[in-house]
Design a protein. Sequence first.
Length: 507
Amino acid sequence: MAAASRASGAAWDWRVNLLWISPFAVLAGCVLVVFGSNPHSHYGLLLAVVPLLSAAVHNVGTTTVVGGACVAFFALTHYRVPAGGTAVWLVKLGIVAAAALIGVLISRARLREQELTESRAVALTLQRGLLPHDVKSTSAVEVHHRYLPADGDAGVGGDWFDVVPLSGARVALVVGDVAGHGVHAAATMGRLRTAVHTLADLDLAPDELLARLDDLVVRLADEEADRVIGASCLYVVYDPISRRCTIARAGHPAPAVVRPGGRADFPRLPDNPPLGLGGTGFECAELTLPEGTLLALYTDGLLALRAGGPEAAQEAMARVLRRTDLPLASLCDGVLAALPSCEAEDRARDDIALLLARTRVVDPRRVACWEFPATPEAPRRARALTVRQLDSWHLADALFPTELVVSELVTNAVRYGGGPVRLRLIYDHALICEVSDASSTSPHLRHPRLMDEGGRGLHLVGCLTDRWGTRYGSGGKTIWAERSLAGVTGASREPSSNGISRDAVRS
């Protein structure tokens, strides 16, 4: 294999060398023709081809050398021209000089085109590497997307989209657009997308998340004062249990909302400014969506495809999305087909990102919630109810770790939080345990020493679950923990109808 590789490399080097010396070989042949032919022949036209040949395969420097050599060699023929043919000789010399200049200009144009092509390829590769490769549907939404990069000399833009699973079976849908084009816009897009993932893991509310993202864009603009950095963003959080959808935008078009009956509208959202202005607050809106509602998130590049302006584009989009019975892939194709550009080059001006999501609802039988007073008896009662609920869900294999996690979280809520204490179990793709209390103090993972009597509760929760975290609300905080049901016997069965879902236990 190594020998074959060396042979291939040698063959390649031989071809490259031959390609490099070919213009000079042709030039040498032309020189021989010049000095061996009749001075009155039109051999200047033959020399005029040499710079163009060099420009076709080489850079500006080589083209300049070959063209200059052509002019110099032709100038030497002045000594072979009879006295009466000086005017004709000067015309031929001008032809050769013009051909050399044209060759240099063509080579410069080819070099510029090659640089633009390489820059666009790098930006496109970077952007595709930073965008999500596999957007998967969740128990909250069914999703599908389309992304079309710009095809102009400016290069790709900074459009992005994302689907971020959140705690409590919720999901976040994100669409954004960074100002500008090229590698810098793609890199900025990657930084913002990473920041959105980090902030989403903190379970921030949409308006607070955009405020943090705005601070980041302001810092990026301060670091790179020679560049204009700005972005727009639309952030949507959907809860499949309560069916509440919270939407916040920063200088971005409002999403299309199509309810199961086919009624499509673009909700009036608070008109927050784009990211990067700094010092501005953000507001969000809340909707209650029935199961099967279609959400369409998009960038402004999609609205530019319609000759009548954004309003006409939204109307055309709504007409397609009213066919809610069609698969999401067909709806994506239909939206793009319904928005033809008024000019052939309009489609190349900006990227297009389209994200469609059809809402789902978690079966109420797969949700159980209780409320306890903050008394020492609360952990014991929580364990007993958890055992009964998991038994009704046929999840006996997950009983011991779940009971232990519930006991630890409820005990911490009683001891360090405030009443009432709420416990919620969600039987989804994983088993989710949530404990809420009235305190806003966040717990932190400790590393107790060997003889310490406490500090091991959250460490134990982390060992027994796949992930855990904290989210805050208006009335306190919620500690959640999620454990995969892979390999758990009975995890695929439907829950029993005689469970104790949504029971409330109060003293």
